[in-house]
Ligand binder design. Structure first.
Ligand code: VGL
Ligand code: ZN
Length: 233
């Protein structure tokens, strides 16, 4: 009852309450987004790896609940586009053999192999913006901004940073798959690059290789200065 009251009558609904909610540090336990993105031409929505192998139940690294967020992601992309925001997409884009895969010494089943069904963006996702591919030359790494050469360990940027800087964008909203890997790495990288960064947790789903990975990823992002928006449970 107490909780319901707070939801219905609490400060969250009053103008300006959003900022106070953030200061109180308590808003994270509410069951609805504590803030909603305000899109404008200085903002970008970055939709991470909404590919068949992650989002389709038949995908080789299918993320539980992944398919359910696809229509919501499309709605979010529409909202962003209508408000003049920049929308960009990423794609995990692996060669058939890479140290990323279990069979080649890594931890993952074969997924998102370039030019296969599994690597395609989910057909229900509206695509209206550039697509940034990562890993095409066997580089490893989860961030939409950087890739790591598995032999030299050298880190290379993707095109994403340039695209965002060209647009004079200051605030990134990050969502997609998966919370505990590519979303996490992209959001933390975005902070490192100096962007204000929000993760739309209600538009993400985790792999949860180990139970609790999603919670740990959220804490990690928050420690890096990422504003995690939306229900996190
Ligand atoms: C991802 C595991 C392996 C992701 C990519 O997109 O989060 N996760 N490769
Ligand atoms: Zn991958």
């Amino acid at each position: 009852m107490r909780r319901l009251r707070r939801l219905r009558f609490g400060v969250e609904w009053r103008p300006g309450a959003h900022a106070r909610g953030l200061e109180s540090g308590r808003a994270h336990d509410l069951r609805y987004p504590r803030s909603v993105p305000t899109y404008d031409p200085r903002t970008a929505l970055v939709i991470i790896d909404v590919q068949n192998d992650f989002a389709d139940p038949a995908g080789s690294l299918s993320v539980k609940g992944g398919a359910a967020i696809v229509p919501r992601l499309t709605a979010e992309a529409w909202t962003a586009i209508r408000s003049g925001a920049f929308v960009a997409y990423t794609q995990d884009w692996h060669p058939p053999s890479t140290p990323h895969f279990q069979k080649d010494g890594g931890i993952w089943p074969v997924h998102c192999v370039a030019d296969t069904w599994g690597a395609e963006l989910h057909p229900d996702l509206i695509v209206d913006g550039p697509i940034v591919r990562k890993g095409a030359n066997g580089e490893d790494g989860y961030s939409g901004f950087t890739m790591r050469d598995p032999t030299t360990g050298e880190t290379k940027p993707t095109e994403l940073e340039g695209l965002v800087r060209e647009g004079n964008i200051t605030h990134l909203f990050v969502c997609g798959l998966a919370t505990d890997y590519c979303v996490n790495a992209t959001a933390i990288d975005a902070r490192r690059l100096g962007f204000e960064t929000s993760v739309l947790a209600h538009l993400c789903m985790p792999v949860n290789l180990r139970a609790g990975d999603d919670k740990r990823a959220i804490e990690q992002m928050q420690s890096a200065g990422v504003d995690v928006v939306g229900p996190t449970t």
